[in-house]
Write a protein that binds this ligand. Structure first.
Ligand SMILES: NC(=O)c1ccc[n+]([C@@H]2O[C@H](COP(=O)([O-])OP(=O)(O)OC[C@H]3O[C@@H](n4cnc5c(N)ncnc54)[C@H](OP(=O)(O)O)[C@@H]3O)[C@@H](O)[C@H]2O)c1
Length: 322
């Protein structure tokens, strides 16, 4: 079968379509005939050799696919021939994959391939980041162009947020965030002191929750905007620089800072979360931002589109027409 391989770390040009051996389903795994594979920001990090120290080569990127189950789930959650999405531990940019059966979920007829893929990593992450969010609370998030942010804005509104604010890096992205339900988009000028500019634009507002995936000064600015007793959750360091956190300020203001990574599978169920997400999609309450579809052979262009940071939406590879 065909798959997109990384044989050396580097730019998008290292992604090469190659003939590779068919996957073999191990214990508690299911084979899937892949129709489309989702492209995530984390795939870029895998390609560059920057993903949590994963340096083994060759590697086939891709953590989510939609397609047809080739065998039934022993637990009865899906049958052979069902249209399913799956969360994988890699190898998704391929014509067929072996997926952990517990993370294979049937796709309702109303959801297109692209919508279904937007619900896997981006949807489950957004859902989990807001797990302990209570009605009436306020939230400040970073990354106005991020697919996770677009879903989080809508989920926070559905859960009765009193205020949703976003730290953005571009005007076009700000418009989309406002359209999806953000009350306020803070747009630092890109020169001078980012922390002061964010504070100025927030105009004294204080938040119950800050959710960050940029790191560095952005996270520092967001921590300053928390009310006493507030919480921050970190789920990415897209800016490349982890923030230096003033632990004295955490102590003085009673703040909690935690991390969230979907790779920790304990304590949550993808099936339960995706059921909730698909219900909201069907009800017209949740709309992912959808981006371009590329043939599997053009995974390099798909990566370029994600890296361009134009806020393009969910980018997908068509694996039926490699
Ligand atoms: N912890 C987890 O389990 C988990 C799960 C999913 C995603 N993530 C992380 O969450 C982030 C967003 O994922 P996504 O799927 O929503 O990606 P996406 O739609 O491709 O958006 C990428 C985001 O990263 C930001 N970004 C990229 N390069 C940056 C830089 N140099 N400095 C500052 N911001 C930068 C962009 O900010 P602008 O909008 O301002 O351009 C954009 O919002 C990624 O860092 C990803 O690795 C983590």
């Amino acid at each position: 079968m065909l798959a997109v391989c990384v044989n050396e770390f580097g730019g998008p040009e290292v992604l090469s379509l190659e003939e590779v051996p068919e996957p073999v389903a191990g214990r508690d795994q299911a084979l899937i005939e892949v129709e489309s594979a989702g492209v995530n920001y984390g795939d870029i990090l895998v390609r560059r050799g920057e993903y949590f120290g994963r340096r083994a080569l060759p590697v086939i990127p891709g953590w989510e696919v939609v397609g047809t189950a080739m065998s039934a789930d022993p637990g009865g959650a899906f049958s052979a021939g069902d249209r399913v999405v799956a969360l994988l531990d890699g190898n998704g940019y391929a014509e067929r994959v072996a997926a952990p059966a517990r993370d294979v979920v049937r796709v309702p007829d109303h959801a297109s391939d692209q919508v279904a893929l937007a619900m896997v990593i981006q949807g489950a992450t957004a859902w989990r980041l807001l797990e302990n969010f209570a009605p009436g609370q306020s939230v400040l998030v970073s990354g106005a162009g991020s697919g996770v942010t677009h879903l989080m804005i809508q989920l926070a509104r559905i859960r009765g947020a009193s205020e949703v604010a976003v730290v953005s890096s571009g005007e076009e992205k700000s418009d989309r965030a406002l359209e999806l339900g953000a009350d306020l988009v803070v747009q630092p000028r890109g020169d001078g002191n980012l922390k002061e500019q964010v504070a100025e634009e927030l105009d004294g507002r204080r938040f119950d929750l800050a959710i960050d995936m940029v790191g560095g000064e952005t996270l520092q600015a967001m921590l300053r905007a928390l009310r006493p007793g507030g919480r921050a959750v970190i789920y990415g360091v897209a800016g490349g620089e982890p923030a230096k956190v003033n632990t004295g300020a955490l102590l003085k203001n009673g703040l909690t800072v935690s991390g969230l990574w979907l790779g920790h599978s304990e304590g949550w169920s993808l099936r339960e979360i995706m059921t909730g997400l698909f219900e909201l999609v069907e009800a017209g309450q949740l709309t992912p931002t959808l981006g371009p579809v590329f043939p599997l052979a053009r995974a390099d262009d798909a990566h370029r589109a994600v890296e361009a940071r134009t806020g393009v939406g969910k980018v997908v590879l068509d694996c039926r027409n490699p």
